[in-house]
Design a protein around this ligand. Structure first.
Ligand SMILES: NC(=O)C1=CN([C@@H]2O[C@H](COP(=O)(O)OP(=O)(O)OC[C@H]3O[C@@H](n4cnc5c(N)ncnc54)[C@H](O)[C@@H]3O)[C@@H](O)[C@H]2O)[C@@H](O)CC1
Ligand SMILES: [K+]
Length: 498
């Protein structure tokens, strides 16, 4: 599992480090890492570092300082380096001096011969002839998107971009962008990942992220967020052991769908069948359809007749009327962990007294999309992590907030983030598959917070595998939820083989 730290946590750790190690030395470490990774990328894309041209985009703060020191190091490795200063009066003085000593060239963004966009001729030339561009425009102190001159320069870049710490223009805390921003091929960050590397547009605009060690080590507190690695999910995925039988691996009850709309039932039950080797019970008006599609499911007409289960997946397609409410009340009274999705969420929003049916010790997972979240607790807003965390605490639930980045908050404040680099799961019925997956993992006794993280991971990978169908990333085709469901075993195999 990877940790993610807020800018405030990183700054506090840096202050402790500065008590032992002088600040300029820490900056040199950061810059050296930027230079080393830039040299590697240059070698990969052009075959060499020496003789290639690197252009630095340099803003007003220490982020620009890192870029300037990195430029000095690349110059020593034989690259031609030009720094384009966006705020000439505020450019980091020591970094600027180091670059000049190393034989680098310095030009102003709005220097002589400026065109209608306000960009000087030398700056345009430096950006256009670059083999690699280093983005040191703004870092942890960033506010808002790129300013016009920076945006115009960045728009003219055709070479690969290495972002220092984070892609400029992205909000460091939320990963959101509200205007032009750098789209980096590689981000070299320091001490630990920041939220913008895993949330919102920032997760995509960061490109690949490498974390350079600048000695923060023991000074970092518990991470603010966590990200599961594929290998974490693969290693922890429940598979049958030598002494297991169908009951010992957990029995999940699925209460979903209706006679008129049996699709949700078929998808949720099917996903539970494929998630683990335990047993799946179905309870509801779509029993005949579920049985004919999934003969291994033990299907009955109502939750009262379902028999013993270790968890419930409830909600998709049960309706928001009296019968849906009774189904939800029944599963809450069971004292088993419950994954409540779709209509269940609307039912909770309509009638908060439903919470009274809940056994205090039994975990409840809610899986709203933004619209369902709004019914529960108002608009999500730009800080999706804060929104999910607040409702998880308030309602004592594990809250999985759907979206391009899935955010999973536990009542004790822990947050898992599942950054998605594609939108293939955005299709009707996809949520029903997720509900079945979570329900099945809950039945194994897994920590509900982790169960959600595992499910979100496998779900996103299954969608990707189904959409790509063995073709390259550019050649995917839209899929429906049935194709996503069919790709679940392949996704689990892929995760277990990492
Ligand atoms: N404290 C340290 O010694 C270390 C800092 N490091 C670097 O320092 C960076 C943070 O440096 P700073 O706190 O000086 O701040 P930045 O370099 O992030 O920002 C500098 C200034 O840019 C302005 N600004 C804010 N948003 C802007 C925007 N959208 N467009 C243009 N200008 C904008 C603000 O006035 C801000 O104070 C980190 O991201 C990292 O790169 C690293 O060198 C590691 C050690
Ligand atoms: K940057």
């Amino acid at each position: 599992m990877q940790g993610v730290w807020t800018p405030d946590q990183i700054r506090a750790a840096e202050r402790s480090v500065f008590a032992r190690t002088p600040e300029p030395l820490v900056m040199r470490r950061a810059a050296f890492a930027v230079a080393a990774h830039s040299a590697r990328l240059l070698a990969e894309t052009t075959g060499a570092t020496a003789g290639r041209h690197v252009t630095l985009l340099v803003g007003a703060g220490n982020n620009g300082g890192d870029a300037l020191w990195a430029g000095a190091e690349l110059r020593r490795r034989g690259a031609g380096v030009t720094a384009v200063l966006l705020a000439p009066d505020k450019a980091h003085p020591a970094g600027l001096a180091a670059l000049r000593r190393a034989g680098g060239r310095v030009v102003e963004a709005s220097g002589p011969g400026a065109d209608t966009a306000g960009i000087g001729a030398a700056a345009t030339d430096a950006v256009q002839r670059a083999d690699l561009v280093i983005d040191g425009i703004v870092g942890l102190s960033a506010r808002g998107s790129l300013r016009p001159v920076a945006a115009e320069l960045v728009a003219r870049v055709e070479a690969p971009i290495v972002a220092v710490d984070l892609p400029s223009g992205v909000d460091p805390i939320t990963g959101a962008v509200d205007g032009p921003a750098v789209d980096a091929d590689l981000t070299v960050t320091f001490g630990g990942r920041k939220p913008c590397h895993v949330l919102g547009a920032g997760a995509v605009l960061s490109g690949s992220v490498v974390v350079a060690d600048i000695g923060l080590g023991d000074d970092l507190p518990e991470p603010d967020l966590h990200v599961l690695e594929p290998s974490d999910v693969g290693a922890g995925w429940p598979v049958p052991g030598a002494s297991d039988d169908k009951y010992s691996q957990g029995v999940v009850g699925v209460a979903a769908g209706s006679a008129t709309y049996p699709g949700a039932a078929v998808l949720a039950a099917g996903s539970a069948v494929q998630a683990t080797s335990g047993m799946v019970r179905y309870a509801g008006p779509a029993a005949d359809v579920v049985r004919s599609r999934w003969p291994e499911v033990v299907a009955t007409g109502s939750v009262a007749d379902a028999g013993r289960v270790q968890s419930w997946a409830v909600g998709p397609g049960i309706g928001t009327g009296a019968s849906g409410r009774e189904v939800l009340r029944h599963v809450l009274e069971s004292g088993r962990p419950v994954c409540a999705d779709a209509d269940s969420i609307t039912l909770f929003a309509q009638d908060p007294t439903l919470w009274d049916a809940r056994e205090p010790d039994a975990a409840v997972v809610l899986t709203p999309h933004a619209g369902e979240f709004e019914r529960l607790a108002g608009e999500v807003g730009p800080d999706r992590v804060a929104a999910a965390r607040e409702v998880a605490r308030r309602d004592d639930v594990v809250l999985l907030l759907k979206g391009n980045t899935t955010v999973i908050a536990a009542p004790d404040g822990r947050v898992l983030v599942n950054p998605s680099t594609h939108a293939w799961p955005a299709t009707a019925g996809s949520g029903d598959v997720l509900t079945g997956l979570i329900g099945a993992l809950l039945a194994t006794g897994m920590d509900p917070w982790l169960a959600c993280g595992f499910a979100a991971h496998a779900h996103a990978l299954a969608a990707e595998l189904a959409a790509l169908g063995g073709a390259g990333e550019e050649a995917g085709a839209p899929i429906g939820a049935s194709a996503l469901l069919a790709a679940l075993p392949a996704a689990i195999r892929t995760l277990r083989s990492t």
